[in-house]
Ligand binder design. Sequence first.
Ligand code: AMP
Length: 249
Amino acid sequence: MKVLVPVKRVVDYNVKVRVKSDQTGVDIANVKMSMNPFDEIAVEEATRLKEKGAAAEVIAVSCGVAQAQETLRTAMAIGADRGILVQTDVELQPLAVAKLLKAVVDKEQPQLVILGKQAIDDDANQTGQMLAALLDWPQATFASKVELADGKVTVTREVDGGLETIALTLPAIVTTDLRLNEPRYVTLPNIMKAKKKPLDTVTAQDLGVDPAPRLKTLKVSEPPGRKAGIKVADVAALVDKLKNEAKVV
Ligand code: AMP
């Protein structure tokens, strides 16, 4: 059974991004880029399924600029067997990514696609859901546990009220939440091995998809700065302020 794992190259989570002076977006020139953290969790989960014998092959796929090859190499250092780069310089929005991924799914015929629940740059939380809709496959979003058996995937999901467990018939879409696993540390020997794994490059045109954006960003601005707090003399003063100023008690 093949597992497909879409991985996105995003600004590293440690970087504090700055809004460009013309407010058209954030400045990503000379900024450290990494694999989206939720996608690392997805690659780790797929790798564990392979190590358990539940999956035969793990394929990582990334849509974006040529440098996304580095993201695919990282996925292969964690454990993916091969990588596919859908190379395009066009700004990709979730619907375009979902269409590109659908074309890759049609070609590769995986039984399971594990995506991150959201990309930490656009915070869209849409691609997995859109891909499930385009493929007409069942979906389990925000997974904190994934088990494969008898042609079904059983997923425990993080929902507002606690945990929900659902069973889906394969083929299916799963998106990862933070608690699903802790991705392994990528070792140097595995980074070296990953360099020799196959990496194919295709274009959006090869896949017959028009990736042009459908939404236009009008303006990007910094959130308003937080006002400074004050120090109160004692608990009585605090209670007084909570009661009479903030009116929360
Ligand atoms: P989003 O809907 O943008 O928040 O992204 C959700 C998930 O979709 C990510 O965690 C990735 O697994 C996948 N994804 C989004 N964009 C891309 C991309 N350009 N290439 C590969 N996978 C992507």
